[in-house]
Design a protein. Structure first.
Length: 194
């Protein structure tokens, strides 16, 4: 497939989409951290008689999401590094729905002989319906072996994609040094999962 831009970051809707991604992840972190902080302050100073109940409710509802939200907040820089280093390429794709109906994985055909499946992180999204006029096509920036960033056609909704399973040796890909520099590949040679 031909390159759509020299690097994905040069495409104006992509830069705007990344800024929206940062705002979303900042809101997630602030909401979860703020709710914990408010409940702890109320409990500590006895401001609200029902503070114990609120604290227990916050722990049950919020605490399980804190690691995911914090990791996704701090790993947003990896998305930016991929977008600044790799070009968008348009590929044919298909979606594998989960039992809940949300798209769990996306299968991208890089050539007639090679396709790979990716998970969208931090949460599964239905990219086929997010402002997408071409649900059978996807824009991909990254290394097919280690993942990268995907977006509906137009590059306006960048999302981190990691391999659903470890790719077999000898699969086509890109530059290992570039993949390591942007954080797609670990020193061990395996792809990162965040």
């Amino acid at each position: 497939m031909p390159l759509l831009t020299k690097v994905a970051w040069d495409h104006p809707p992509t830069a705007a989409g990344y800024r929206r991604l940062v705002v979303r992840r900042t809101k997630w972190a602030a909401l979860l951290g703020g709710s914990m902080l408010v409940s702890i302050v109320c409990l500590w100073f006895g401001l609200v008689p029902q503070a114990r109940l609120a604290f227990i409710a916050v722990i049950l509802v919020v605490v399980p999401y804190i690691p995911v939200v914090l990791i996704s907040y701090f790993r947003r820089h990896r998305v930016a590094a991929v977008l600044r280093s790799y070009a968008w390429r348009e590929h044919v794709c298909s979606y594998a729905p989960r039992a809940t109906g949300i798209q769990a994985t996306i299968s991208i055909s890089f050539s007639e002989t090679y396709s790979a499946s990716y998970r969208l992180i931090p949460f599964p999204l239905d990219l086929a319906t997010i402002e997408n006029s071409h649900p059978d096509r996807i824009w991909f920036a990254g290394d097919p072996r280690f993942g990268g960033v995907v977006s509906p056609v137009g590059g306006h909704y960048p999302v981190r994609a990691v391999p659903a399973k470890v790719p077999a040796e000898g699969r086509p890909g890109g530059d290992d040094v570039l993949a390591s520099r942007v954080g797609l590949r670990r020193r061990s040679g395996k792809g990162t999962q965040t």
